[in-house]
Design a protein around this ligand. Structure first.
Ligand code: GRF
Length: 233
């Protein structure tokens, strides 16, 4: 089979339908959009939801021809109602995997439970270190030698859940928040598409709170390691 034929076969093959939730810049969304534009990538973005009408990422979605919806939490009486509307929109679009990409609202246990093992998040640290906000400041203050990012399945606890892919980056002696966050962000843009791809190909299984890839507890296809540029997958 020629490369062209196999690309065409992938285009017609079933691709995993993903919904991406954002609140701001949307650079991880952009990385997913670029990967989904590759003919052999096994996922497609069918809906982008933003909690912020001014999110920069919305423009990227519109430019790529992806349907968008905005849900502002303050227009809803309760968190349950807000999450319920998001849930409805995702299901109406046929979403099979929800990808949180800088979504700044904490989702209710009802929503998280309804999407269990079908919802992932990207966090800018090597979890379980530095859950929560300001991860780069805290990594610098702690003097860690390596920092990074994690794609994980979402659980009720914030920034908790089975880890799919991690990338480590070195912390350089002269780093500040800006240089370190840029290095981590660069890794994020490789990690998120990789995690989605592994899930879309059916290579990821959650067993006992941990992720197995290809049925074994072997990190190789899910590790982007330091020094930068060393990619194993
Ligand atoms: C990223 O650093 C991500 O890890 C975190 O929020 C940020 C979103 O950035 N959850 P962007 O909107 O994808 O550019």
């Amino acid at each position: 089979m020629t490369e062209m034929q196999s690309a065409m076969q992938m285009r017609s093959a079933k691709r995993l339908k993903i919904g991406v939730l954002i609140s701001g810049r949307g650079s991880n969304l952009q990385a997913l959009i670029e990967n989904c534009a590759q003919p052999d990538y096994p996922a497609q973005i069918v809906l982008v939801i933003s909690s912020n009408p001014d999110a920069f990422g919305l423009a990227a979605a519109v430019k790529a021809g992806i349907p968008t919806k905005v849900f502002q939490h303050r227009k809803y009486r309760t968190r349950e109602e807000f999450d319920g509307e998001i849930d409805k929109a995702l299901r109406a679009a046929g979403v099979e995997l929800v990808c949180l990409a800088g979504f700044m609202r904490v989702l209710t246990p009802t929503f998280v439970g309804a999407w269990r093992d079908k919802i992932i998040n990207i966090h800018p640290s090597l979890l379980p270190a530095f859950r929560g906000l300001h991860t780069h400041e805290r990594a610098l203050a702690a003097g860690v030698r390596f920092h990074g990012c994690t794609v994980h399945f979402v659980r009720d606890e914030l920034d908790d859940g089975p880890i799919v892919v991690q990338a480590a980056v070195p912390v350089e002696p002269d780093d500040d928040v800006e240089t370190l966050s840029a290095r981590v962000l660069n890794a994020e843009h490789r990690c998120y598409p990789l995690a989605v791809k592994l899930i879309a190909l059916g290579r990821v299984q959650v067993v006992g709170g941990r992720v197995l890839i290809d049925g074994v507890e072997r990190p190789d296809p899910a590790l982007i390691g330091a020094p930068e540029g060393v990619t194993r997958h």
